[in-house]
Design a protein around this ligand. Structure first.
Ligand SMILES: Nc1ncnc2c1ncn2[C@@H]1O[C@H](COP(=O)(O)OP(=O)(O)OP(=O)(O)O)[C@@H](O)[C@H]1O
Ligand SMILES: O=C(O)c1ccc[n+]([C@@H]2O[C@H](COP(=O)([O-])O)[C@@H](O)[C@H]2O)c1
Length: 212
């Protein structure tokens, strides 16, 4: 796909990136991926969408949605083109991207949606709920991530684009583990997120062992 198709003389439709994630916590890998996708695909806005309960993480300990949402608001506050949606955390039940995209399409009927995913998530899409319908609702942008192979695989080539972004070897798991063991997360996550984690005592080791 041409990253930036425009009809000759046609009114340009608004182009909106959707960055879905657990964001536990949001880190600079997420922010760089969103920024690069916005630049390369001429997106007018990137909407960060923290998940409610992610289906593959139901057995995992995840910080409360309100904390993850607020950290994402703090992390994106300085960028006028980044916004945060509550659509997934306010919907009851497990978060499925088919519902995210259905809701956002209803909220934004005149916009073209571009769902941004890292290479790891892109490789799992065919196992997502109603995977075949996802590509009717959004174009997918798969971005490189250290340690993961970025490949279109069996996904529809005309609805998926691959994008190399500056390598950020950061994961939320590593950030949580660092906080739990007393190591700094300065410069891995935005300053305000460091302070939010500290203020609310997130990711402290629990008495049974392991990070909370
Ligand atoms: N460092 C990174 N570079 C590129 N993409 C990333 C990076 N980290 C996360 N992503 C992508 O951002 C989206 C949300 O990721 P998520 O919130 O699960 O972060 P994570 O670091 O993978 O978390 P965890 O370690 O808890 O699984 C996913 O599409 C994921 O592939
Ligand atoms: O719809 C699904 O079945 C599905 C299964 C797993 C993950 N997702 C979505 O993938 C995005 C990245 O998830 P995560 O947990 O890796 O941050 C996020 O928007 C999730 O809602 C979606």
């Amino acid at each position: 796909m041409t990253p930036h198709p425009r009809g000759d003389g046609d009114a340009r439709r608004r182009r909106t990136g959707i960055m879905g994630g657990t964001f536990d916590p949001v880190h600079h890998g997420h922010l760089v991926a969103a920024s690069e996708a916005a630049s390369r695909f001429d997106l007018d806005e990137v909407v960060f969408v923290p998940t409610g309960t992610q289906p593959f993480k139901e057995a995992s300990r995840v910080a409360p949605a309100e904390h993850r949402y607020l950290m994402t608001v703090v992390a994106t506050a300085s960028n006028p083109d980044f916004t945060v949606s509550r659509v997934d955390i306010d919907r009851a039940g497990t978060t499925y991207t088919i519902d995210t995209l259905t809701d956002l399409t209803q909220q934004r009927p005149d916009e073209d949606l571009f769902f941004i995913t890292g290479a790891d998530a892109l490789g799992q899409i065919l196992s997502w709920k109603e995977a075949h319908r996802l590509f009717d609702l959004a174009h997918f942008i798969g971005v490189t991530r250290p340690g993961h192979v970025l490949d279109v695989g069996d996904l529809p080539g005309d609805r998926v684009s691959l994008l190399e972004v500056p390598a950020m070897a950061i994961s939320s798991t590593a950030c949580r583990e660092r906080v739990a063991s007393g190591q700094p997360v300065w410069y891995l996550v935005p300053d305000g997120v460091v302070q939010y984690i500290s203020k609310h005592g997130l990711y402290q080791p629990d008495p049974q062992g392991g990070a909370s």
